[in-house]
Design a protein around this ligand. Structure first.
Ligand code: SF4
Length: 221
């Protein structure tokens, strides 16, 4: 990592003999530099992609080299949620609850086709077609599963995004209180939007009483 290039304020020339000892920077640059090099992912996985995430944390790839350090087992100590795997409708409320419990600023990485768009289970009755319907995703990583290199690349993309954030413009630093994402309720909130007409028809049918003939049945006889 070229610390000087990351930290120095552009346009200010530092004499060559002082470059390793002196940095002239701005508060925003040093703040973002510190945060982007200490992003702590939350330790949780959902399906096969999680195995690749575990590999990325292990010795061969070792994302500690990029400041990720150990994964945090508590959402309150984590900055990054790596959604690694298939998001089922049953798990979704728990994932959103964990996101709400993370301290801000917080970021979401959708790892793999399942988290990004439903993947091979997109049409499944039990699978959500992408976590971005419910949570704000910062980085999408393609693949089924993405390789550890792809995950590292996605995390570096997230670091670059953090480095370019502005304290004046980013929502995290406004005086307004952060609002939690509503926790989806299985049934009324979690459905396939393409089937909204069918769901409407089915849920607005007149209730059938056992033993009673409906009007249309009586007419047809
Ligand atoms: S994207 Fe592929 S590897 Fe990842 S959880 Fe889905 S099916 Fe498994």
């Amino acid at each position: 990592m070229d610390t000087n290039q990351d930290l120095n304020r552009p346009g200010i020339e530092i004499p060559a003999e002082l470059r390793q000892q002196v940095t002239i920077t701005t508060l925003e640059r040093i703040y973002n530099w510190g945060r982007s090099n200490s992003m702590w992912p939350m330790m949780f996985g959902l399906a096969c992609c999680a195995i690749e995430m575990i590999c990325t944390a292990a010795s061969r790839y070792d994302f500690s080299r990029f400041g990720m350090e150990v994964m945090r087992p508590s959402p309150r100590q984590a900055d990054v949620m790596i959604v690694a795997g298939t998001v089922t409708k049953k798990m979704l409320p728990q994932i959103v609850r964990l996101y709400n419990q993370m301290s801000i600023p917080k970021y979401v990485v959708a790892m793999g086709s399942c988290a990004s768009g439903g993947g091979p289970f997109k049409e499944g009755y039990n699978v959500v077609p992408g976590i971005d319907t419910y949570l704000p995703v910062d980085v999408y990583i393609a693949g089924c599963p993405p390789t550890p290199q792809a995950l590292l690349n996605g995390l570096i993309a997230l670091q670059n995004k953090v480095k370019n954030e502005s304290m004046k413009e980013t929502g995290w630093y406004s005086k307004e209180q952060a609002i939690d994402v509503p926790i989806p309720v299985l049934g009324p909130d979690v459905y396939d939007p393409r089937k909204i007409d069918l769901i409407y028809t089915e849920t607005h049918k007149p209730e059938e009483v056992p033993g009673e003939e409906t009007e249309s049945e009586g007419e047809s006889k």
